[in-house]
Write a protein that binds this ligand. Structure first.
Ligand code: ADP
Ligand code: MG
Length: 440
């Protein structure tokens, strides 16, 4: 199994140690960051996000604990090697851009290559091509002050990439930008992660950014108070059992703390329906699915919206695929309404009986949707497992594991692939049917 690229173990950082204004900015912080991950350090102002990032960057030695990057303790390296490391392994983007005012945009980007013995022509060619890539090539001969904030930040994104770093660090890179520029910068950073496959560590206190990350570390008063996996991104870090929370919807609720339950349902369903659409198509699809879930449009309108051209308000999904999506959504939502009905009146009625009946119905849904044929004993076990999962006695991982166990020990004795398929569908089903009341 791959080892993490960056390991922080029980880090402590104290500012002004021994003085009257001594302040503990990080206490016992542990994080594992894997190559290719997009990690967000999230938390209120003063929670220690920047402190952690600069410590990882090599300019703030921890007072206690271990920090390893690629297995190396960078603070134990001779200073020259540490500088090399900061220059070629890490790229960095600041909230305030930190461009040199007297140099042209092109020279700002080319500057970090001076130390790499590249000749002037090579430096300028590379700088220009990065500026082009990030949409600011046409201003390369201006000085930074002539540019808008959004343009300046895209210049610093280009600069951060000029020495081809493995890890890109960004400290609230959109903190000074308007919403349009924010979107552009976030898209570029996302591209560096998904296309260039660089590891990203971003500091943010904007909840709208959380969906970009594979995982989010929430900081509070110098502590990591929780780590949340983004269920909408395929994970790089191996996810441990027991880390999964009760339902996908609850996970989503933690990831999007400001979204309503209805919005989360939309995200869950859209995630189920799509794998390979563009961001714009997904946003459009979410809007349309939201109307569908709310019962505001019928199947015919849905089909038209899914298939028509993007310019005309559609999602541009091929007819055949759209028909498949509608069929799946319709079935999932109908089946999920069982879970909702059960949840709505389970306080008042004969709990056990209803629960069992619900589990049997869900079993029927599950089997019909997954074309699985079960023997009597398997079938009984499945109903039991479903009942346990619906009331939360078992979590998703346990449910999945039990499906693969032998029939005599309460399982179905099916293979991993079949179990994953069943689990995935079932989790979608209960996500549509279960309300979350998330409290931090
Ligand atoms: P964040 O990036 O989450 O806003 P920081 O990591 O910048 O938080 O700071 C965490 C805490 O440490 C804050 O209370 C801040 O005032 C304090 N702090 C940061 N830098 C210093 C410093 N150089 N000297 C003393 N205290 C500092
Ligand atoms: Mg900060």
């Amino acid at each position: 199994m791959a080892k993490p690229l960056i390991v922080c173990r029980n880090l402590d950082i104290i500012y002004n140690k021994g003085k009257s204004n001594e302040f503990r900015a990080l206490a016992n912080v542990s994080t594992d960051i894997y190559e290719g991950e997009y990690i967000i350090l999230f938390g209120a102002s003063g929670s220690g996000k920047s402190t952690l990032m600069y410590s990882i960057q090599g300019s703030l030695p921890p007072g206690g604990g271990t920090l390893l990057i690629g297995g190396e303790d960078i603070y134990a390296l001779p200073i020259i090697e540490r500088v090399y490391f900061q220059r070629y392994v890490m790229g960095i983007i600041f909230q305030q851009f930190n461009l040199i005012p007297s140099l042209s945009v092109l020279d700002n980007v080319a500057l970090p290559m001076i130390f790499a013995n590249a000749d002037k022509v090579t430096r300028e060619r590379r700088a220009q091509s990065l500026l082009d890539r990030f949409g600011v090539g046409f201003v390369s001969h201006k000085i930074p002050a002539m540019l808008s904030g959004g343009q300046q930040q895209r210049v610093s994104v280009a600069r951060s990439m000029v020495n081809d770093p493995k890890i890109l660090l960004a400290d609230e890179p959109t903190g000074n930008l308007d919403s349009v520029s924010t979107q552009q910068v976030m898209d570029k950073i996302d591209e560096i992660n998904t296309f260039d496959r660089r590891t990203i560590i971003m500091v943010s206190h904007n909840a709208a950014h959380l969906s970009y990350a594979h995982r989010v570390y929430y900081l509070k008063d110098g502590w990591v108070v929780r780590e949340v996996v983004n269920p909408q991104r395929k994970q790089i870090k191996p996810v441990k059992e027991g880390e999964t929370i009760v339902t996908e919807l609850e996970q989503l609720a933690r990831l999007y703390p400001y979204d309503s339950v209805d919005t989360l349902r939309v995200k869950s369903l859209v995630n189920y329906l799509t794998q390979d659409y563009t961001y714009n198509q997904l946003v459009r699809l979410e809007q349309i699915i939201a109307k569908y879930i709310a019962g505001k449009i019928d199947n015919k309108t849905l089909l038209r919206s899914l298939t028509s051209q993007y310019e005309k308000g559609g999602v541009e999904i091929p007819q055949k695929e759209a028909v498949r999506m509608i069929k799946l959504s319709k079935r999932l939502l109908e089946q999920a309404s069982d879970v909702r009905r059960f949840r709505a009146d389970n306080k008042t009625s004969k709990l056990f009986f209803d629960q069992h009946k619900l589990a049997e119905r869900l079993r029927d849904h599950l089997l019909s949707s997954n074309r699985l044929k079960l023997a009597k004993k398997q079938d009984n076990n499945l109903v039991e497992l479903i009942a346990d999962r619906v009331v939360g006695v078992k979590n998703e991982a346990e449910f999945n594991e039990m499906l693969q166990k032998s029939v005599s020990s309460g399982g179905l004795s099916i293979n991993e692939k079949e179990a994953d398929g069943l689990t995935r569908y079932f989790e979608k089903l209960i996500a549509q049917g279960v309300d979350v009341s998330y409290k931090s």
